[in-house]
Design a protein around this ligand. Structure first.
Ligand code: HSE
Length: 315
């Protein structure tokens, strides 16, 4: 049996929603799991890049063995029904840039889990898949967007369940993803975060999250400009992302820009804007990065409303 699953990229945090807000984006990885016939052949994991911008070195950084997140996720699923994974060939066709803050690792975990769940006759429901994926990733934001699609607010509860709700993104607000040609591993980007934060910063973000939800519901651009600010992670990570500070500063003066935030753990940047000043936004970002010898890919995309999809299931 051979199952392929297509999983979207995602952008997490969206400013104030550290570890709880994320939005699925129309860039996809495809994960295929095939049962092999050779007994004792173990689990073989291969990655094939479908995008020239993803170089071989990035792929080699992925651990393709039993320490990989996809293996851990598949193993947890098998263990949940008293089995161990073996004789499996996993192939990851990757279009989502690796270590770029676009949920590449979450997409691989989710794709592996859903494909393995199909192979096993679907023992896990959506809630069980969310719990396993959040346990493996450590936070629920990217994996929830990758599984259910759209803009989602999610929480990994103490009993390991993931509670989520979808929010409706206003179509008139543009989403521009700016991907520099350097990588930033999530564990490094998380290592610079403090263990404790001042209460004033916690209050600042609590207010921004409430504003974010209300701004989305009422399509209130002025409120969204305030809402897209953060004091929990971005100030600590800014030094890991050359160019971010300059880009934020340059875009402050653009009246149609509602905000410029780090995408997930970075280094990609997400710009929310309205109306048609996209060429100008693209050139500000491209020129700022090229002044630092950083090449970039800049795309204005819609929200992917669907989550992971099984695209083939062959006996
Ligand atoms: N919320 C996560 C972070 C997303 O900011 O570290 C990255 O996986």
């Amino acid at each position: 049996m051979k199952v392929s699953v297509r999983v979207p990229a995602s952008t997490a945090n969206l400013g104030p929603g550290f570890d709880c807000l994320a939005m699925a984006l129309p860039i996809y990885n495809t994960i295929t799991i095939e049962e092999t016939v050779l007994p004792g052949s173990g689990v073989d994991i291969n990655v094939i890049s479908e995008d020239d911008a993803i170089d071989q070195m990035s792929i080699e950084h992925l651990s393709l063995n039993e320490n990989s997140l996809i293996y851990k996720a598949v193993e947890l699923l098998y263990n949940s029904i008293g089995q161990n994974p073996s004789e499996l060939k996993i192939t990851i066709h990757t279009n989502i840039p690796i270590a770029s803050g676009l949920g590449s690792s979450a997409s691989v975990v989710v794709g592996g889990l859903i494909a393995a769940n199909e192979l096993l006759g679907r023992p896990a429901d959506e809630a069980a898949l969310l719990s396993i994926a959040a346990e493996v990733e450590g936070h629920p934001d990217n994996i929830t967007a990758a599984i259910v699609g759209g803009l989602v607010i999610s929480s990994l509860e103490d009993d390991c369940t993931v509670v989520y709700r979808k929010l409706e993104w206003p179509n008139e607000w543009n989403i521009t993803v700016c991907i520099p040609d350097y990588e930033l591993a999530t564990d490094i980007s998380r290592s610079v975060l403090p263990k404790d934060i001042p209460i004033c910063d916690a209050v600042f973000n609590a207010k921004r999250m409430a504003m974010f939800v209300q701004a989305i519901h009422t399509k209130d651009a002025n409120l969204m400009k305030l809402a897209l600010q953060d004091r929990l992670h971005q100030p600590y990570r800014i030094k890991l992302v050359p160019g971010l500070e300059r880009i934020v500063e340059a875009l402050k003066h653009e009246e149609n820009v509602l905000g410029c935030v780090l995408s997930g753990a970075g280094p990609s940047i997400l710009i929310i804007s309205q109306k048609n000043n996209l060429d100008r936004i693209h050139s500000i970002v491209r020129d700022t990065w090229s002044g630092l010898n950083v090449k970039s890919i800049i795309k204005t995309l819609g929200v992917e409303s669907l989550g992971a999809q099984v695209i083939s299931n062959e006996d």
